[in-house]
Design a protein around this ligand. Structure first.
Ligand code: DAH
Length: 330
């Protein structure tokens, strides 16, 4: 009986220690603890028979039972420590970033130089109280020419070789058409700035493109004078180019009287940068404004021209080629 119980205890210890050493999860380990040392566990089961032992056997078996219990408990503690540190290790490994791995390349977009100029110019005019207006690229002869004091036989039509569409419409040759569109819908006072694409039958070369961009300016109010025009143009050009000398040179446009071209002294040379003038009374009449009450000034300039000057671009075609090596510079 005694030796039998003793054998059983030692066998239990051996089994238990082996099982504990083999388990590889903390949950499994807990199951083994309950199985061996729990209230209804195997060790308790064996010791339930101790009552039947003789008085001299009991302490001996008791002592053996204690060493078995200690051995199992030691194994459990050791294995728990080992599994816990393995778990932390695994977690650390899973969360480790290999900072030497190549990154994922997210190419960054840039603002196209033309959009950059347009944004800059609109910002300046919006700061001066102007509203951004737009028209459509397909226009009628009336809005592109006639209402702008340019009747069919007017020689100024030769200045702007026009793309006519089969239906008699045309592709606008300038953003000045937006002036008429806007004034027809609104009453003075008016202060608008109108960016947009325009079209001309020009042969393409380093400085010409059949499609390009303009920004139009129009102010109509009571009592506006050429001085207001000069002041506005000056503030705008200084904001764009810096404090450089500018001059107004008499010129001719059908829709303004008087008309002027504005030159800017850039790198020691006079550079023509925009056309402008006081809105011709005929233009005001065409939209039903009384030129005896209202006067206005207008101006227009090419966005490509500004971009080429400001960014020292030698060929207008670079602005349309979408060559990333070029565009990444901006
Ligand atoms: N529309 C003219 C052009 O395309 C530019 C221009 C000149 C616009 C004088 C104006 C202006 O508003 O007053 O060449």
């Amino acid at each position: 009986m005694t030796s039998n119980l003793e054998d059983q205890l030692l066998a239990l210890q051996q089994d238990g220690v082996a099982a504990i050493a083999a388990v590889n999860t903390l949950e499994g380990l807990e199951e083994l603890r309950i199985n061996y040392l729990g209230k209804k566990g195997q060790l308790g089961e064996l010791l339930r028979n101790m009552g039947k032992l003789s008085a001299e056997e009991r302490p001996k078996i008791g002592a053996i039972a204690n060493t078995v219990k200690e051995a199992l408990q030691n194994s459990l503690d050791q294995q728990r420590a080992a599994l816990e540190s393995a778990k932390i290790q695994a977690q650390l490994e899973a969360e480790t970033l290999d900072v030497t791995m190549p990154g994922i390349y997210h190419p960054q977009g840039r603002v196209h130089p033309l959009n950059g100029i347009i944004d800059q110019a609109l910002d300046i005019f919006v700061g001066l109280g102007y509203t951004v207006a737009q028209g459509s690229e397909m226009e009628t002869d009336y809005y592109n020419f006639e209402a702008l004091n340019t009747p069919p036989d007017h020689p100024a039509r030769d200045m702007q070789d026009t793309f006519y569409l089969p239906d008699g419409n045309l592709l606008r040759t300038h953003t000045s058409s937006v002036q008429i569109r806007y004034m027809e819908k609104e009453e003075p006072p008016i202060r608008i700035v109108a960016p947009g694409r325009v079209y001309r039958r020009d042969d393409v070369d380093a400085t010409h493109s059949a499609v390009f961009h303009q920004i139009e300016l129009l102010a109509v109010d009571e009592g506006l004078t050429f001085t207001d025009l000069k002041g506005t143009v000056k503030v705008f050009l200084q904001a764009m180019f810096g404090d450089l000398p500018i001059r107004f040179r008499a010129s001719y446009f059908p829709f303004t009287e008087p008309s002027a071209e504005v030159d800017l002294q850039w790198n020691g040379r006079w550079l023509e940068v925009m056309g402008c003038g006081m809105v011709d009374p005929n233009v005001l009449k065409s939209v039903g404004y009384d030129p005896e009450i209202y006067s206005g000034f207008a101006a227009g300039f090419g966005v490509e021209r500004f971009a080429m000057v400001l960014h020292q671009i030698d060929d207008i075609r670079r602005l349309y080629n979408s060559d990333l090596r070029f565009l990444r510079q901006f």
